[in-house]
Design a binder for this molecule. Structure first.
Ligand code: TRP
Length: 377
């Protein structure tokens, strides 16, 4: 059995995240920049309020965000680009960067291109058929739309359906990336199928698609979890050769699952809350969540809990408590032994259920509008 523990070696690739993630080390190893206080101040000039995910440094690293802001201040617009690998249903962890993307979109009045990589997931996942991934892509789009994105400035790219739109740029990219560069970035093996080897060219395309669609050459900013960085490394290398701006990025942490350690993963369905879970299931999952709490209430009172280990606390931090003061209070009450896990779980269940029931209604309504988000070409 694959037991997760903090001794386990850290592995972070676009396909696998394992072990205890050391974010400082990732910044070093990937060669990205930390999101500094100065940069937050620069963002603050353009937004009503810093988003909780910025204040709490859930977004913690970037490439060229400063350049994007400088250009913006000179009157140069940018576009946002993010995406999803539709390998299954969406869970609340996926919503975290999307919610942040919406905030950026509203604050900077930009277009968003959102890529559904039904081709990638088909090529990579041995057990998925093409009909599975194209189906998930459509279904996952409902979750995106349910967050309130508008069709006038949000364009969803479904790779398989839209390949005719993407293919010429993908070829331009692919021609300029050598096999050895791609292998170094992605760790391909002799047994890797060749679909997977060409595929990164497709993830590069939405960085540049705006110019093809509108004739306007503007830079892109990509909010994404940091495991996607290898894609942008190769894209940044070739962008100037094609006459485009290097794509900028803002990276977030992985939303933890409800189990001990690791990110929320649909491969372990009991440890993640899907957007379509019923109140009973939500309650059960949260009730079984790992908190690191002491075995008895008496010991908890005496020794206190450890919020940084507790998945319930993490959920308040990432998504379900907007008020920084209250988050701080939760942490204090936990470590001082004043809070007991049962109460926190109850409170989280209440918040998560309320949020998801609302989301599910909007998701249903999105079925009527999803086609408005398709790109005409
Ligand atoms: N490869 C990503 C995944 O498996 C999907 C994706 C495509 C993406 N383009 C993106 C994610 C841009 C973030 C930003 O999830």
């Amino acid at each position: 059995m694959d037991v997760m523990n903090s001794e386990e070696e850290m592995i972070v690739t676009p396909w696998e995240v394992r072990g205890k993630v050391d974010y400082e080390r990732l910044i070093q190893e990937f060669g990205t920049q930390p999101l500094t206080e100065d940069l937050l101040k620069k963002i603050k000039k353009h937004v009503k309020e810093l988003h909780p995910q910025l204040r709490r440094r859930l977004f913690f690293s970037h490439r060229d965000l400063d350049t994007i802001l400088d250009l913006y201040e000179e009157g140069k617009k940018f576009i946002l680009y993010t995406g999803r690998g539709p390998s299954g249903p969406v869970h609340v962890g996926h919503l975290v960067p999307w919610i942040f993307t919406k905030y950026l979109q509203e604050s900077f009045k930009t277009r968003l291109y959102f890529q559904m990589t039904d081709d990638e997931k088909f090529v990579i996942e041995p057990n998925l058929q093409l009909s599975d991934t194209t189906g998930h892509a459509y279904d996952n789009a409902l979750d995106l739309i349910a967050l309130g994105f508008k069709p006038k400035n949000t364009f969803i790219i479904f790779d398989v359906k839209d390949i005719g739109l993407l293919y010429d740029i993908a070829l331009e990219v692919a021609k300029r990336v050598t096999y050895s560069t791609a292998r170094a970035a992605f760790g391909f093996q002799d047994s890797t199928n060749i679909g997977w080897i060409f595929w990164p060219a497709i993830q590069a395309v939405p960085c540049f698609i705006h110019a093809k669609l509108t004739g306007e050459n503007v830079p892109s900013l990509i909010p994404a979890a940091i495991d996607q960085d290898p894609y942008w490394r190769i894209t940044r290398d070739i962008a100037p050769k094609l006459g485009y701006y290097k794509p900028a990025q803002i990276h977030c942490r992985f939303v933890p699952g409800l189990g001990e350690g690791g990110k929320m993963s649909a491969r372990e369905p009991d440890t993640c809350i899907f957007t379509t879970d019923t109140p009973e299931i939500i309650k059960k999952k949260i009730w079984n969540a790992f908190t690191g709490g002491r075995p008895t209430a008496r010991e908890q009172k005496k020794l206190g809990g450890e919020p940084e280990m507790c998945t319930v606390y993490q959920y308040f931090l990432y998504l379900f408590e907007e008020d920084d003061g209250k988050v701080l209070e939760l942490a204090k009450e936990c470590s001082s032994g004043k809070a007991v896990c049962g109460n926190c779980k109850e409170k989280l269940t209440e918040r998560a259920t309320k949020f998801l029931l609302q989301h599910q209604k909007r998701r249903e309504r999105a079925k009527d509008t999803v086609e408005d988000f398709f790109i005409e070409h």
